[in-house]
Design a protein around this ligand. Structure first.
Ligand SMILES: [Zn+2]
Length: 387
């Protein structure tokens, strides 16, 4: 049994992410919600607008799984308050979050790490969302994932192979503890680097210095983290979590869905350090080559679609309307973050141009005001028609 069709509903949440995936089976549909948040809704009062989105999600009936890629407001605040109540009422069987949200990540914790360090954490306003996700997970099944671990979605989505490509554990890649401000080879800051990067790409190792782990050799759980924190005092343990809190994009869940030859990539806001683990492995690079649908990382930021990832996508094409041309889905709102003079505006112009030139790009900003979402349908056996 495998799905005959996959529908992706891209909600226009302004600056944020909200993607509803519907897998069509003969025996009934299965629905997976990936993120529900906004830090700047496109219009109206934010709560009203998000309520409309929540009601639309609910109108489709049962939700089978919820993915909260990482703990930033623009990805999870919809899970809090009234809108979160609506989502919880859809009784998802499975709640997927990154390993860093696992309450077990702090020795005797009964609450997510976020709450335990809340006094020092700027995103305290996400508390109700964090608590709701936790409660939903407890009622059904909570899975905290890391690179190479099972997603838990396998039983819910027969015939779909799911790979968790990130976030790495600290053991898999200690690099996630920092976000590098610049990376001429990988970021989209300067136009000139397009050429330089392209010229230097010929089959070389993407991350020559990255540690290598075979997926089956990856740690099965948080053993390393726990071992490392066991000897520490409470304060030091909290500090450890705080360090990761400052680099939340590096804790983003990266999911790759595959149905036969058809595949869709949802990387949340993953940045280069998060990507380095999967991009450093031949088997994952092979899978990434085949991506047909790419959820553009981090709202089109200059630092979240590594050039080495983009160049892997074999379905990129300059031929408009080619039958299997890569589809890029971008959820963003311009003018909110970054700085044009610094070449850090979101979405980043050079990236946007490339996405538009080499893929069928859809951006939520192009939706008319009256539209809450746009639907895309994919028939895995028939290549990739656009929506
Ligand atoms: Zn985001």
């Amino acid at each position: 049994m495998k799905p005959s069709k996959v529908a992706v509903r891209v909600y226009n949440v302004g600056f944020g992410d909200c993607f509803l995936l519907t897998f069509h089976y003969a025996a009934g549909n299965r629905r997976v919600l990936i993120d529900f948040g906004s830090s700047a809704p496109p219009r109206q009062s934010p709560s009203d607008y998000m309520l409309r989105v929540a009601r639309d999600i609910a109108a489709g009936g049962r939700l089978h799984a919820v993915v909260a890629t990482h703990r930033h407001r623009d990805h999870i605040n919809g899970f809090g308050s009234r809108t979160g109540k609506i989502i919880a009422s859809l009784a998802p069987e499975l709640v997927i979050q990154p390993w860093t949200e696992d309450p077990a990540a702090l020795a005797d914790a009964t609450e997510p790490a976020a709450i335990r360090v809340a006094q020092n954490y700027e995103d305290i306003q996400n508390r109700s969302a964090v608590e709701r996700l936790m409660k939903m997970g407890r009622r059904s099944r909570a899975v905290y994932v890391h690179g190479g671990s099972p997603s838990g979605l396998e039983e819910i989505l027969p015939g779909v192979e799911i790979n968790v490509l990130g976030p790495p554990t600290l053991e898999q890649s200690a690099a996630i503890r920092r976000e590098r401000p610049r990376d001429p080879a990988e970021f989209w800051q300067f136009r000139a680097f397009l050429e330089t990067a392209a010229a230097g790409s010929g089959g070389a190792e993407v991350f020559p210095h990255a540690a290598r782990y075979r997926p089956d050799a990856a740690p099965a759980d948080l053993r390393w983290f726990l071992a490392r924190t066991r000897g520490l005092g409470e304060e030091q343990r909290k500090e450890f979590v705080r360090v990761l809190d400052r680099v939340l994009n590096n804790t983003s869940v990266i999911l790759l869905f595959r149905i036969g030859d058809f595949s869709m990539l949802f990387p949340g806001d993953a940045q280069i350090e998060n990507w380095s683990w999967s991009l450093g492995q031949r088997c994952y690079r092979e899978l990434l080559r085949g991506v047909n649908v790419y959820k553009v990382g981090h709202h089109g930021s200059f630092n979240a679609t590594p050039r080495s990832l983009w160049k892997l996508f074999a379905h990129r094409s300059r031929k408009k309307n080619g039958p299997s041309r890569l589809v890029s889905l971008l959820s963003t709102r311009s003018g909110k973050y970054g700085d044009e003079d610094m070449h850090t505006e979101v979405p980043r112009q050079t990236l946007l141009e490339t996405l538009a030139r080499e893929s069928n790009l859809f951006c939520t900003e192009t939706l008319p005001k009256s539209r809450l979402y746009k639907d895309f349908e994919f028939v895995p056996d028939r290549g990739v028609p656009d929506g």
